[in-house]
Design a binder for this molecule. Structure first.
Ligand SMILES: Nc1ncnc2c1ncn2[C@@H]1O[C@H](COP(=O)(O)OP(=O)(O)OP(=O)(O)O)[C@@H](O)[C@H]1O
Length: 649
């Protein structure tokens, strides 16, 4: 998997490389792409599509059968011609010629009708196959851990969900069927050729040997370039997406020229790889067209000599050559059918690279949690985290003590961090009592966001445990965990939906009254002044709203379900002083009814909390009230005053 990761991370690096570096990579794009194309069997890759094709197999195989019949009908036409030339034409029988003509017309119409029927048979089912693959991919992407999304660029995922799946539908609709249909047609055609005149048949068969060798060389080379093109298209998608989402920054800093230059460099790379791909295709196609033409020319000369010598009838020669010409298309199409199959095999690999990613992260704490759960079941009560609830608060139900949120010996290291890097969090011990609000304060990069992300299990901790009312989070079903814990991040993400829908995403079952209450709590009353109130579309990423408005909607989303635990990552950072005061006042009411961990940078946010924990270099170094820490901790004083010298005193 490491190699795959390397390839997937590659785009970010490669996107920003110079052209010279790109050229230096040589023939086939990125080294990772070269490796990806080599040594894999296209057939094995494509066979993984079977589960998706299975539900529509009846229609699919019927369509293939229809196509085989249609194609073989084309082979009957030369036989009718032979009958006409040797029969009615030689005998000067106009009635026979008309009959032959009518037969040819019927055969032609039947052939066209059958090909039309084939298209009708496969059109709808294959669109359904594409849709079901896309749905599976989307569902899987939603389930994959955050660490996966940290590693993969969005453009690579987008291009897999769009371009690659389109390539696969095209492959199933056309090359897959026609590789079979053309294969059967060529075999049947050669049987007819050999039956008519085996010596001439051998002449036509001669190019088959070099063609097979050439096709196999072509397939190997083309696979590498096809992979490179598809990966580079993914990079391009990432750049376009970043450019569109970051358009304010690009414009604000006047970076449109340098952005355009970077984009041009990338398109240049895609273009040159596409040209290499086209060059390979042109070469194989030229050879595939030339060799059979030479063979047909030779057979024509030899056949004419045989007719002149009286060894062969003119009708047989006409039929022979017509059959040979009918076989031209099935043979000549081989080049691009193989190319499309390679594109599809690459698309399949890229699709399953994502689908094969495990949805669960390794959970070192699971055993411990499982043991804990088992012991809880034996004792008939929810386990505590080692000590009795310290605030003496009432149990949440008959047996479970309300122990609040507890971190015990928590250690965390990002999977993609260098092996020699120290863990982001190490030995974090912290207890937030039930009903308490704890502010988490620390210098930039000290690990505050990381610590908060561990509670809803956006990342899996490396060691230690986190408990909610005494229950290990790894032992809680995900749904229950998400119900218990609500989060609002510093960067408020909104979806292309209405303002109301964005808020109601915060809980499973939300009433209109809950929505209005949450908007009120988050001081998001501005929503009512929008053109359609809570039904107003807020646009992609909520970009039509101000930063403060987005943050208030995100806050409303966090509180709408009245969660038992609330995790807020600097939720007031984008608010002006006036709105901040309003939101703070409202938040006080919410915090009074929940257990909260609030990342805070400013004294005003800290003052919302009952106690403050100071996170320093991945450890909790002090816990106390705001005033206690101001007295006892130089680092805390420095962070609150924004004065670095304070710490040195
Ligand atoms: N996905 C990631 N992969 C690897 N390292 C990461 C990742 N996300 C964060 N880090 C690193 O983890 C450390 C802690 O980051 P974190 O975002 O938790 O800090 P923070 O205290 O919230 O900072 P801030 O106050 O600036 O928001 C930083 O050194 C950061 O570079």
């Amino acid at each position: 998997m490491a190699a795959t990761d390397e390839r997937l991370r590659g785009p970010e690096r490669e996107t920003h490389r110079s052209d010279a570096e790109g050229e230096a990579e040589g023939e086939a794009g990125s080294p990772s792409a070269r490796n990806a194309g080599r040594g894999r069997s296209a057939v094995r890759s494509l066979s993984r599509l079977w589960p998706y094709l299975r539900p529509v197999r009846a229609r699919f195989f019927t369509a293939a059968g229809v196509a085989v019949v249609a194609s073989c009908l084309g082979l009957v036409i030369p036989l009718v011609l032979k009958w006409m030339v040797d029969g009615p034409v030689a005998d000067r029988d106009p009635g026979g010629v008309w009959l032959g003509g009518a037969l040819l017309l019927v055969l032609g119409i039947a052939e066209a009708g059958l090909f039309g029927l084939r298209r009708w048979l496969v059109g709808r089912p294959l669109a359904a196959v594409e849709a079901s693959m896309r749905t599976d991919l989307y569902r899987h992407l939603q389930r994959l851990p955050v660490s996966f999304h940290d590693r993969w660029s969005s453009g690579q995922l987008l291009s897999r969900a769009t371009t690659d799946l389109m390539l696969l539908r095209m492959f199933l609709a056309f090359p897959l069927t026609f590789l079979v249909v053309n294969g059967v047609t060529v075999l049947a055609g050669f049987a007819i050729l050999f039956a008519q005149q085996w010596t001439l048949g051998l002449v036509l068969l001669l190019p088959a040997v070099p063609l097979v060798v050439l096709c196999s060389v072509f397939e190997t080379r083309y696979a590498v370039v096809a992979r490179a093109v598809q990966d580079q298209t993914g990079d391009l998608t990432t750049v376009v997406e970043e450019g569109v989402l970051g358009v304010r920054i690009v414009k604000g800093f006047g970076r449109h020229r340098s952005q355009a230059r970077a984009f041009r460099a990338l398109t240049e790379r895609v273009r040159s790889t596409e040209l290499r791909k086209a060059g390979l295709l042109a070469t194989i196609w030229a050879l595939i067209m030339t060799l059979p033409e030479l063979a047909i020319g030779t057979a024509l000369v030899l056949g004419t000599v045989q007719v002149a010598d009286g060894e062969l009838s003119a009708g047989t020669l006409v039929a022979f050559l017509s059959t040979a010409l009918t076989l031209r298309w099935p043979v000549e199409s081989l080049g691009f059918l193989l190319a499309m199959s390679q594109d599809a095999a690459t698309a399949t690999d890229r699709f399953f690279e994502v689908m094969d990613e495990p949805t669960a992260e390794p959970q070192p704490a699971t055993q411990e949690a499982a043991a804990q759960q088992a012991s809880a079941t034996r004792n008939g009560s929810a386990p505590s985290s080692g000590s009795a609830p310290s605030n003496g608060s009432a149990p949440s139900n008959g047996s479970a003590p309300r122990d609040g949120l507890r971190f015990a010996g928590v250690e965390f290291r990002y999977a993609d961090a260098p092996p020699d890097a120290p863990p982001v969090l190490a030995g974090v011990d912290l207890h937030i009592r039930s009903g308490e609000t704890m502010a988490l304060v620390g210098a930039t990069g000290s690990g505050k966001t990381t610590l908060t992300a561990l509670v809803p299990r956006l990342h899996e901790l490396t060691h230690g445990r986190i408990t909610l009312d005494g229950r290990d989070i790894t032992a809680l079903p995900r749904d229950e965990l998400r119900e218990l814990v609500a989060v609002a991040f510093e960067e408020p993400t909104l979806f292309s939906a209405t303002a109301g829908e964005n808020v109601m995403m915060g809980a499973a079952e939300v009433t209109e009254a809950d929505l209005l209450r949450a908007l009120d709590v988050a001081q998001a009353d501005f929503v009512h002044a929008l053109p359609k109130g809570t039904d107003t579309q807020v646009g992609e990423q909520g970009l039509s709203l101000s930063g403060g408005q987005r943050q208030r909607l995100a806050l409303a989303r966090a509180v709408v379900g009245q969660p038992r635990f609330l995790i807020l990552d600097d939720p007031l950072s984008a608010l002006d002083v006036h709105t901040e005061a309003l939101v703070e006042a409202a938040l006080r009411q919410v915090l009074a009814t929940t257990t909260a961990l609030v990342v805070a940078h400013r004294p005003s946010t800290v003052l919302l909390a009952d106690r403050v924990a100071l996170l320093s270099e991945g450890r909790i170094t002090a816990v106390g009230t705001h005033h206690q820490l101001l007295c006892d901790s130089a680092e805390y004083r420095s962070l609150m005053s924004g004065d670095e010298r304070e710490e040195a005193r």
